[in-house]
Write a protein that binds this ligand. Structure first.
Ligand code: HEC
Length: 269
């Protein structure tokens, strides 16, 4: 983790120099693509998918119930296609929710688990690790499908507008916004391409790639953790798990990605 912070700080200083037209750029990009291909054979995300599917079907919690009646937006128990339409508005919680926050709601409503406690649990631990595994499986069930977030409910449109504003909001010690790193084409920090998330970055890029297995730390990351880490890179305080602001950012990126194909769960450096 520490090395990433230092590396990023150094790399960010050089951001302006990282134009798309550099001579060595093509071969570097090809090298990265090759490396990614190699990693794709045997993506450990499969282990999390299996765990997530088992958790979905397992009777657990004080109510000794499974999640098989959980409504992810397409009706109770419908998993296929749910991922590419999230975040969306849910009448029962009266909130726009992303996949991870919705899963916590279902764990609370159906299984009687304590949602507030889960939201406070560090990533990778206890029930939070279960949320990530569930999200991994549910995303996998929509692999190859195209993003099509609903925007018919006023709260969904509001979420998009808030997300857009947050994306461009500058602050912190370095006066960064999300757009500082993700607002132009052709940017890169070290080996990481920085997709332009203010528009549709294309199939399997950005929003369409997470949850992802991170080779660098051997962990499965959902979008909530992805955003948490970008808040760190932005030198902002960490956002709360499932907070409106993180969901709004996901709505913004998800709507922008309309028509892009999901490759989640993917594998990343
Ligand atoms: C200081 C630069 C910086 C800032 C500011 C920043 N990010 Fe990132 N972001 C990165 C880097 C670097 C990566 C790739 C990380 C990696 O692979 O290790 C990344 C990756 C991502 C990805 C995944 C892209 C993909 O194709 O896998 C998303 C989505 C994302 N950021 C969203 C955001 C949002 C939303 C914000 C604002 C809250 C933000 N980022 C702020 C540097 C930044």
């Amino acid at each position: 983790m520490k090395t990433t912070v230092l590396g990023c700080a150094a790399a960010v200083l050089g951001l302006a120099a990282l134009g798309p037209a550099m001579g060595q750029d093509r071969s570097a990009a090809e090298g990265i693509a090759e490396y990614r291909k190699m990693l794709e054979d045997g993506n450990p995300a499969e282990l999390y998918e299996a765990k997530g599917e088992a958790l979905w079907k397992q009777k657990r919690g004080p109510k000794n119930a499974s999640l098989e009646r959980c409504d992810l937006g397409k009706g109770p128990g419908v998993v296929k296609g749910a991922f590419v339409e999230l975040p969306r508005y849910f009448p029962d919680t009266q909130r726009v929710q992303d996949l991870e926050s919705r899963l916590v709601s279902c764990m609370e409503m159906l299984q009687g688990l304590n949602g507030a406690e889960i939201a406070k649990t560090p990533f990778g631990r206890g029930e939070m690790a279960n949320v990530t595994a569930l999200a991994t499986w549910i995303a996998a069930e929509s692999r190859g499908m195209r993003f099509n977030l609903p925007q018919s409910h006023p709260e969904e449109r509001k979420s998009y507008e808030i997300g857009k504003r947050v994306f461009f909001y500058r602050g912190g010690t370095h006066d960064f916004s999300c757009a500082a790193c993700h607002g132009e084409d052709g940017k890169r920090i070290r080996l990481q391409d920085l997709p332009n998330l203010t528009k549709n970055p294309g199939d399997g890029v950005g929003f369409a790639a997470w949850p992802a297995y991170r080779v660098s730390n051997g962990q499965m990351w959902g979008m909530q953790l992805r955003l948490n880490d970008c808040y760190r890179q932005q030198r902002f305080p960490y956002p709360h798990f499932g907070s409106d602001v993180t969901i709004a950012l996901s709505t913004y990126m998800g709507v922008n990605a309309k028509g892009a194909q999901s490759i989640a769960p993917s594998i990343k450096r």
